[in-house]
Design a protein around this ligand. Structure first.
Ligand code: AMP
Length: 226
């Protein structure tokens, strides 16, 4: 299927280190382009909570900050992309390595995704942000201590409990950043070689970054499908 055949629905991927603001920005882009945000991290957290087979397979890897095996992740994403609302999407947290990028390409042949955004934020800044990150256990909304809220334990959106993520411990964070550099960063060159990459500066207020992202995406793909 080409993106024209599916009515111009955007098929986007957002890459960036943990704490770069990917989740927040992916949510905003999904809303703007009327497509679902598909976050593999959220899918696995929900699966762990529900105690499904995928959840049981993923939990140990997630708690250690390691990557869930490709086979499990690719199967989960394949199923999600087969759902009728996923003609367009913003993928957040997938692909995370070359095997996954190739698998995604295979699922979307011949064109693959429309554009891959690399949200660029210096490492020192993501470490600072991760230390203050909190998440709603029910709807997955991210909060940032001192920026979007005080140390309040209730989600503004759904009333769920707002907690520190289990994998936001210092050891798991450094493991995830190390894996990002080793496994995910090579995707930047992979997508650049396919003329699909749009690097965007992720430093600034959430509104400033969103405006930058929309300019970059519409500049590359045109402003259809809004
Ligand atoms: P995230 O919310 O994207 O930081 O994901 C949380 C955790 O879920 C990661 O640390 C991994 O253990 C697992 N995970 C999410 N997406 C993937 C993926 N594409 N490949 C492997 N593991 C993943």
């Amino acid at each position: 299927m080409s993106s024209t055949e599916v009515g111009g629905r955007r098929r986007l991927v957002i890459l960036g280190k943990q704490g770069a603001g990917k989740g927040t920005q992916a949510e905003r882009l999904a809303h703007h382009y009327h497509v679902p945000r598909i976050s593999t991290g959220d899918i696995f957290r929900a699966a762990v909570k529900e105690g499904t087979e995928a959840g049981r397979q993923a939990k140990g890897f997630m708690d250690a900050g390691d990557l869930v095996p490709d086979k499990v992740v690719v199967a989960v994403v394949g199923e999600r992309l087969d759902e009728p609302d996923a003609e367009g999407f913003v993928l957040d947290g997938f692909p995370r390595n070359l095997v996954q990028a190739e698998a995604l390409h295979g699922m979307l042949e011949p064109e693959g995704v429309d554009l891959v955004i690399e949200l660029q934020v210096p490492k020192a800044m993501v470490l600072h942000r991760l230390a203050g990150r909190r998440v709603c256990v029910d709807c997955g909304t991210n909060y940032s201590l001192g920026r979007s809220r005080d140390d309040d334990e209730t989600c503004d959106r759904c009333g769920g409990k707002v907690i520190l993520r289990e994998d936001d411990t210092e050891t798991a964070i450094s493991r995830r950043l190390e894996l990002y550099e080793k496994e995910t960063e090579p995707l930047v060159a992979w997508y650049m070689a396919r003329d699909k990459l749009a690097p965007v500066d992720g430093v600034g207020s959430p509104d400033e970054v969103t405006a930058r992202l929309l300019r970059a995406i519409d500049g590359r793909l045109g402003s259809r499908a809004q």
